[in-house]
Ligand binder design. Structure first.
Ligand SMILES: Cc1cc2nc3c(=O)[nH]c(=O)nc-3n(C[C@H](O)[C@H](O)[C@H](O)COP(=O)(O)OP(=O)(O)OC[C@H]3O[C@@H](n4cnc5c(N)ncnc54)[C@H](O)[C@@H]3O)c2cc1C
Length: 433
C-alpha cells in the first residue's frame, strides 16, 4: 500500500528547489527544513538581513513529520498526577505551560504575519476517554489548568456525545486559551513559501556529518557536495544522529495515521452537524482523533519505538488498527472510506523535555519534541537562532533550564526496555485506541 500523507496531498506542493552541488559557502547553515528549521530561518533572516543563510533538507522541504502530524498546537499539556496543583511537579508544569503558551502564541503570530491559510482554529481541544477510569482527579486537573492560565471545563454523557457526534467518549476535559488545531502540511508549507530572499533552500540534500575546518568554520558534507558555514543550526529532531550529534538522551518513534474521505451531507447530519474538533487521549498510546473542517476523520492510534522504517505490509496492518479505532467512534465508516494512510517520525526523551543546546562553538541543536513540536518547534526555531546570535531573554533561559531530556541506558538494554514499556502502555490504552 502507498504511504501517502493526506495533509500533504490536500495542501499541494511548493516549487521544487535545487539540490547541493559542489562547494557552497555561507554565514549560516540550517540542517532540516521542518517547522523548527524553517522557523529558525525566518528568525535568522530577520536578525541578520545582510547574511547568507542556507537551509537544507534531505527530501522535499516541509514534508517530514512537520507536515505529517496531527495538527495540535499545544499550549497546555494534560497535567500528570505529580504535576497537579499542590504536588511537587506543579512548579515545573507551570514553567512548561508558560513556555507552551509562548510557543502557541508564536504559531499564531507566524500565521498572522505570513498570512498562512492553514485552517487554524484557536478554540481548544479535548482530553477525552472512553473508560472514565482513565480520567481521574478531574477537579484537581481543572484547577491546575486554570492556575496556569488555561480555560478548562468538564463534559460527560449526552452533552459530550452531542458535541463530538459520537457516543464513544464518556468523559472529557475541554482545554482552551492557547490550544489550537491546524492543517499541519498547510502550516509548514506556509512557512516555506514565505522564506525571505536571503534564505537559500536546497532540497534533496542529505547531510551525513559535520567537521571543523582549520580557522573554525564548519563543513557539512552531503553526497553531492559540501557546505562551509560559520554557524550551524541542527534542526533534525528524530534524525539528529545523522549529523553526527549524539544527544545520548533522545530516541526515535514512528507513528501512523489515516484520514478518511469527507463525510457526505447525510452522514454529517447523522452525527449532528458538529463543529470541527480534536481529541487527545489521556494515555500515551491512546488515539488522537480529529473531525476536520472539511468533515474528514483523522485517526492516529499507533506509536512505536523502531530502529527501522515500517514496511508497506506493516503499514497495512497499522491501517487495520486505524479502522478499528474509527469504527469504535463512527460505526458507519470502514476501510474503503480511508483516503490516506501514512507514517511519520518524531523524537522523544525520557523526561519529556527536549535537548536544546550549544553543542560546541558554532553548532547549535534541538531535538526531543515529544509529540509537541508544532508549537514548541516554532518557538525553538526562533530561540535557537537567538541563542546562536548571542541574544538572551527570560524565555530562552527558561527553555535552556527545562531542557534536561534525561539519561537513557545504552543499547541493547534501552531497546529491550523501550519495547517492553510500549507493550505495557498499549495494554493500558486498550479502551482508548
Ligand atoms: C503522526 C505524528 C503526529 C504528531 N502529532 C503532533 C501534534 O498533533 N502536535 C504536535 O505538536 N506535534 C505532533 N507531532 C510531532 C511533530 O510533528 C514534530 O514535533 C515536529 O514536526 C518537529 O518538527 P522539526 O522541524 O523539529 O522536525 P521534522 O519535521 O522531523 O524535520 C526534520 C527535517 O530534517 C530532514 N532531515 C532528516 N535527515 C536529514 C539529513 N541527514 N540532512 C538534511 N535533512 C535531513 C527531514 O527530511 C525533515 O524534513 C506528531 C508527529 C507525528 C509523526
Amino acid at each position: 500500500m502507498k504511504n501517502e500523507c493526506g495533509w500533504i496531498a490536500l495542501a499541494g506542493s511548493s516549487p521544487v528547489r535545487d539540490h547541493l552541488k559542489g562547494v557552497e559557502k555561507t554565514d549560516w547553515l540550517i540542517i532540516g527544513a521542518g517547522i523548527t528549521g524553517l522557523s529558525a530561518a525566518h528568525s535568522l533572516a530577520q536578525l541578520h538581513p545582510q547574511a547568507r543563510i542556507v537551509i537544507v533538507d534531505r527530501q522535499r522541504a516541509a514534508q517530514g513529520a512537520s507536515a505529517r502530524n496531527s495538527g495540535y498546537a499545544v499550549a497546555h499539556e494534560n497535567p500528570a498526577d505529580d504535576e497537579l496543583i499542590g504536588n511537587s511537579g506543579f512548579a515545573g508544569y507551570a514553567v512548561d505551560s508558560t513556555i507552551g503558551q509562548a510557543a502557541a502564541d508564536e504559531v499564531r503570530m507566524r500565521i498572522a504575519h505570513h498570512g498562512i491559510d492553514c485552517e487554524y482554529r484557536d478554540s481548544g481541544y479535548y482530553f477525552a476517554v472512553n473508560d472514565p477510569g482513565k480520567l481521574t482527579q478531574v477537579e484537581a486537573k481543572l484547577k491546575t489548568l486554570q492556575a496556569v492560565g488555561a480555560s478548562a471545563h468538564f463534559l460527560e454523557g449526552a452533552q459530550l456525545a452531542q458535541t463530538l457526534g459520537t457516543r464513544h467518549y464518556q468523559a472529557a476535559i475541554w482545554c482552551g486559551n492557547g490550544n489550537a488545531l491546524l492543517q499541519p502540511a498547510k502550516y509548514v508549507k506556509g512557512l516555506l513559501d514565505a522564506l525571505p530572499a536571503n534564505v537559500n533552500l536546497l532540497e534533496n540534500t542529505d547531510i551525513s556529518g559535520l567537521e571543523r575546518l582549520s580557522g573554525g568554520r564548519i563543513r557539512a558534507s552531503g553526497s553531492q557536495g559540501s557546505i562551509e558555514a560559520a554557524q550551524v543550526l541542527v534542526c533534525l529532531n528524530a534524525f539528529i544522529p545523522r549529523a553526527g550529534i549524539d544527544t545520548g538522551a533522545t530516541f526515535p518513534m514512528e507513528l501512523s495515521a489515516s484520514l478518511t474521505r469527507p463525510l457526505t451531507d447525510k452522514e454529517y447530519e447523522a452525527i449532528g452537524s458538529v463543529e470541527p474538533w480534536g481529541v487527545l487521549s489521556t494515555r500515551p498510546l491512546g488515539a488522537t482523533v480529529r473531525f476536520t473542517p472539511d468533515r474528514r476523520v483523522m485517526i492516529r492510534n499507533t506509536a512505536e519505538y523502531r530502529t527501522r522504517d515500517l514496511s508497506n505490509r506493516d503499514l497495512l496492518q497499522r491501517r487495520k488498527h486505524h479502522v478499528l479505532g474509527l469504527q469504535r467512534r463512527f460505526p458507519g465508516l470502514d476501510e474503503q472510506d480511508i483516503a490516506y494512510t501514512w507514517t511519520g517520525h518524531l523524537s522523544a526523551s525520557r523526561s519529556g523535555q527536549p535537548y536544546f543546546a550549544k553543542v560546541e562553538e558554532g553548532i547549535y541543536a534541538v531535538a526531543g519534541c515529544n509529540g509537541s513540536g508544532v508549537a514548541r518547534g516554532t518557538l525553538w526555531g526562533r530561540l535557537l537562532a537567538e541563542l546562536a546570535s548571542g541574544a538572551s531573554s527570560a524565555l530562552l533561559q527558561s527553555v535552556i533550564t527545562r531542557a534536561k531530556p534525561g539519561w537513557l541506558p545504552p543499547r541493547p538494554f534501552f531497546d529491550i526496555g523501550a519495547v517492553l514499556r510500549m507493550r505495557m502502555e498499549a495494554v493500558r490504552a486498550k479502551t482508548e485506541i
